[in-house]
Design a protein around this ligand. Structure first.
Ligand code: DGL
Length: 277
């Protein structure tokens, strides 16, 4: 890999970030991308703040070693629990010119526009929900919005194990959807605040009221990245543009390739990496 290879890093605990990468590549095909799934340590959702922060920082440092100037945490759990510390505490010491961005800010900036009743439902991992990041951030942009949350601890394991379309998933999808919607009859918009959940979209739609607006983050995050690069030309110039994508996983590459196409929408060939290597 030459010195000029500076792909945009895209990170998730596992496969979920591929749903975001897919939309980013569709909107910005000219850039090079480096995807890392920390599958060996997924899921992050039930882990403590300190653990998610430590794992995410190790992955961000790995991206920097690979030449990335810009890393997108395409994972809500990592964005909720690690991003602020990394941006404020770690980046200034590592390299003040590098950037790490998350998925929560771009989503909360616009999510209120989808609702007409002023009541939003958020579905996410335990980590994302307990952090309260969504209600706090949404309040900044849409002060009168009422936000209801529900943690869905079984959804990521269902998706990671390739069971998203199996009948057994119905129980857990219905359970959490009902628990969310029972909090208020006026919720008219549901945000899938976990990058794995678009894989459950068909089931969520089947069990939600027909009038419900269900929002996935991929396109929102991709549009926000495009705007960011338009506004930060020195960063846009630094990132290399050969239209190449490299996929890496901390676990088995064979397993990654077998599952990843479901999330990315096309065949994927990955390589195993050792974060310390
Ligand atoms: N895709 C991650 C997110 O958006 C899943 C987190 C997990 O590993 O539990 O939160």
């Amino acid at each position: 890999m030459g010195m000029q290879h500076k792909p945009i890093g895209v990170f998730d605990s596992g496969y979920g970030g591929l749903t975001v990468l897919k939309e980013i590549v569709a909107q910005l095909p000219q850039y090079d991308y480096l995807y890392l799934g920390d599958n060996a340590r997924a899921p992050y959702g039930p882990r403590s703040f300190d653990t998610v922060y430590q794992y995410t920082l190790e992955c961000v440092e790995w991206f920097f070693k690979q030449g990335c100037e810009l890393v997108i945490l395409a994972c809500n759990t990592a964005s909720a629990k690690a991003l602020r510390n990394i941006q404020q505490k770690d980046l200034p010491g590592i390299d003040p010119f590098k950037r790490v961005l998350g998925v929560i800010r771009p989503t909360t900036e616009i999510i209120g526009n989808y609702s007409t009743t002023g009541q939003l439902g958020i579905l996410g991992t335990q980590g994302t929900v307990i952090s309260n990041s969504y209600p706090i951030e949404i309040q900044k942009f849409f002060p009168s919005m009422q936000v209801f949350q529900e943690a869905c601890p079984m959804w990521v394991p269902l998706v990671e194990n390739g069971a998203a379309n199996e009948p057994g998933a119905d129980y857990f999808v219905q359970k959490h959807l009902n628990q969310l919607l029972s909090q208020s009859p006026k919720i008219d918009t549901i945000l899938l605040a976990c990058t794995h959940y678009p894989l459950l979209l068909n089931k969520i739609k089947a069990f939600a009221p027909a009038s419900m607006t269900i929002v996935s983050q991929g396109e929102i995050v991709a549009k926000s990245l495009a705007d960011y690069l338009d506004k930060h030309l020195s960063m846009a110039e630094k990132c290399s543009k050969n239209g190449q994508i490299r996929f890496c996983t901390t676990d088995s590459a064979v397993d990654f390739d077998a599952h990843a196409s479901l999330f990315f929408g096309q065949a994927v060939i990955s390589q195993h990496v050792d974060l310390q290597g």
